[in-house]
Design a protein around this ligand. Structure first.
Ligand SMILES: Cc1ncc(COP(=O)(O)O)c(C=O)c1O
Length: 369
């Protein structure tokens, strides 16, 4: 179906095209000058001491877990409400994901419930910075330090997000950011792993590039695989990172317009947020009454909406973990009542007015019952 208003689309112009042309002209399409530049730009932006690129966020998490030495039988604590890719790399390491419910205000992990989930097998906490706001990293780092546990931040969605002034992904022992096509800045597929720890950095470098410190040698001091990106992707990344401020500004304006236009619609409300994080509207999410009927109504109007994540404890592939339905009330509510409205750089105010008008029309029509 061709939508009148899609859920999202990336923002590209001639900057990306010009950089891609340069790569093609040099005939050097694997990691090269643009990869180095992109990595330096990311380090400067996030203030992480070290960083390595990875093929995507899922593999960046796998790489990070491997660098931390997470293996069979270990437990990793993460929120029940997140994308499947937060949990699947844990399973692929042979480890066990332990789920914790999230907070109603920002849908980030409920730090008050983390300690109950810690056992002698717990090796890491994986906070996931969801939908453009940070978790409470102060509390998480304090618990981790006290209990001798590592912290791996899943900041896949968190480019430009700060917790009390520190960029997410650069606070824990390790952190990853994804550059998938729906992210605030994108390279199609791609990711980065951040760390301030030199030893972890050395391990990451070997693991990501066939167990050797750099390409061009057939001597492999360690065991590794290929988690690299290409210069084609990084050429796009270099152009994208320079657009971040512009993208952030426009998406915040969209968010404010949504808030203004929906202020008096009593059937919907916005996430409250928290007081230690900025907000980069990776998504604009609302709590909406009668969601099951609202979605097809909006689809019928050519508006592409998305439900929020399906809770991990309900995922068919994780049924063997044996969680009970009522252990995660907020995570369940997020799936049952949460909706992502379109937000992307080239979205027009007129389109937002059309979306909000359609939402208003739906509730007018369904006033009684
Ligand atoms: C919270 C979260 N973690 C991990 C990932 C995986 O990243 P990628 O799609 O780059 O593999 C995503 C991707 O969308 C995500 O939203």
């Amino acid at each position: 179906m061709k939508y009148k208003v899609p859920q999202l689309e990336p923002y590209f112009d001639e900057d990306e095209l010009n950089n891609l042309k340069k790569v093609i002209e040099t005939r050097w399409i694997t990691e090269g000058p643009f990869s180095e530049e992109f990595l330096e730009d990311i380090k400067k932006f996030t203030k992480a001491r070290y960083a390595v690129l990875a093929s995507n966020g899922t593999l960046a998490l796998y790489l990070s877990l491997a660098a931390l030495g997470i293996r069979e039988g270990d437990e990793v604590i993460l929120p029940d409400f997140t994308f499947s890719a937060s949990a699947s790399p844990v399973i692929f390491r042979g480890a066990v994901p332990k789920f914790v419910d999230v907070l109603d205000d920002d849908l980030n992990i409920d730090t008050g419930k983390i300690e109950q989930a810690i056992t002698p097998k717990t090796k890491a906490i994986m906070p996931v910075h969801i939908y453009g706001r940070s978790c409470d990293m102060g509390k998480i780092m304090e618990i981790a330090a006290r209990r001798g546990i590592k912290v791996l931040e899943d900041a896949a969605q968190g480019f430009g997000v700060y917790c009390r002034g520190n960029h997410v992904g650069a606070i824990g022992d390790l952190g990853i950011i994804s550059f998938f096509a729906d992210k605030t800045i994108t390279t199609g597929e791609g990711a980065v792993v951040l760390t301030n720890n030199e030893e972890l950095y050395s391990r990451l470098k070997l693991l990501r590039n066939q167990g050797r410190p750099h390409s061009g040698t057939f001597v492999h001091p360690g065991l590794g695989m290929n988690f690299r990106m290409t210069d084609l992707q990084c050429a796009v990344g270099v152009a994208q990172i320079r657009k971040f401020k512009k993208i952030e500004k426009v998406k915040l304006e969209h968010y404010e317009l949504y808030r203004r236009l929906l202020r008096d619609v009593k059937n919907v409300s916005f996430l409250k947020g928290n007081d230690f994080s900025n907000f980069v509207p990776f998504r604009v999410n609302i709590w909406a009454e009668k969601l099951a009927e609202l979605i097809p109504f909006l689809e019928g109007k050519g508006i592409q909406t998305r439900r929020l994540f399906y809770p991990l404890h309900r995922q068919p592939y994780l049924a063997h973990l044996g969680y009970k339905e009522d252990e995660f009330p907020v995570s369940n509510k997020a799936y049952d009542e949460g909706l992502s409205l379109p937000v992307f750089y080239s979205l027009k105010d007129e389109q937002i007015k059309y979306i909000c008008g359609s939402i208003r029309e739906f509730y007018e029509k369904n006033k009684n019952g």
